[in-house]
Design a protein around this ligand. Structure first.
Ligand SMILES: *[C@@H]1O[C@H](CO)[C@@H](O)[C@H](O)[C@H]1NC(C)=O
Length: 256
């Protein structure tokens, strides 16, 4: 016969074990969640590196596990800080350039994710995790209220004062000229020398071909292409190439 006090002891011990194993399970679940988060974060940071260095190419969507990472990157301090540093480097170079007084020293800017930010559009469309929808993107473009990328506006203003010719070279269509001009002015840009769009004859050309052809035309017109700023490698690569190219970050989409 087990004395009553031992029964009581077993009861309390049993309750204590049950209680602690529940805490243990909770802790385990939290640890698994935390390490899944940590491994996603690590993976997505490496994925972003691969994208920015042009090691990863022809990707169509942001990996779904990186949705929160890209959201945080674009909305938080990182994107602002990264673009600020790109602009600081651009300005350091610009100040080292001897500008001639013939009005032929050109700085080429891309528009989307370079001068203007489409983050408000991507914020309600999955931050690049969904396949690009041209219809809904063009609807957003037609509103003409894309904000300026703050760092790029700072660069643009200083370059203008320094005497560079601002040439805007965009993959947008000629049909979007009016709304794009209005949007740029609304965002604070002005006094560009030219704003170049894709014409009907450029449809289907990869961005890198279209933009290289336009740079060749600019050089034929007598411009010296001192620098290019763009968020896509296809804004910058190809022949002829600017003396210096400045790559802005964009982990949301890829254009070849
Ligand atoms: C693309 O956007 C349009 C306009 O907002 C919408 O009607 C259409 O369903 C979308 N297509 C897809 C595949 O999501």
């Amino acid at each position: 016969m087990v004395p009553f006090r031992f029964l009581l002891l077993f009861f309390f011990l049993g309750a204590a074990v049950a209680e602690s194993s529940q805490t243990f399970l909770q802790t385990m679940t939290q640890n698994v969640a935390a390490s899944a988060f940590a491994s996603d974060h690590l993976y997505c940071d490496s994925w972003r590196f691969s994208v920015e260095t042009n090691n990863a190419r022809f990707w169509r969507t942001v990996p779904f596990r990186c949705r929160e990472f890209v959201h945080e990157y674009m909305s938080g301090a990182r994107y602002a800080s990264d673009t600020d540093i790109v602009v600081d480097e651009s300005l350091a170079f610009a100040r080292s350039v001897q500008i001639a007084d013939d009005g032929n020293d050109a700085w080429i800017f891309d528009v989307d994710e370079t001068l203007l930010s489409n983050v408000p559009y991507y914020a309600i469309n999955g931050f690049g995790t969904k396949v690009f929808n041209e219809t809904s993107f063009n609807e957003w473009v037609d509103v003409g209220r894309a904000p300026a990328l703050a760092a790029s506006l700072r660069l643009y203003q200083e370059l203008l004062v320094s005497g560079f010719q601002m040439i805007l070279l965009t993959g947008r269509n000629e049909a979007q000229r009016k709304v794009t001009e209005e949007n740029l002015l609304h965002a604070g840009y002005h006094s560009w020398r030219s704003l170049i769009f894709r014409e009907d004859s450029d449809m289907g050309k990869p961005g890198v071909v279209f933009k290289s052809e336009r740079r060749a035309e600019l050089e034929a017109q007598g411009f010296r292409i001192v620098a290019s700023s763009g968020d896509q490698w296809s804004d910058l690569l190809g022949f002829p190439m600017a003396r210096r190219s400045f790559k802005l970050p964009n982990p949301m989409y890829y254009i070849d």
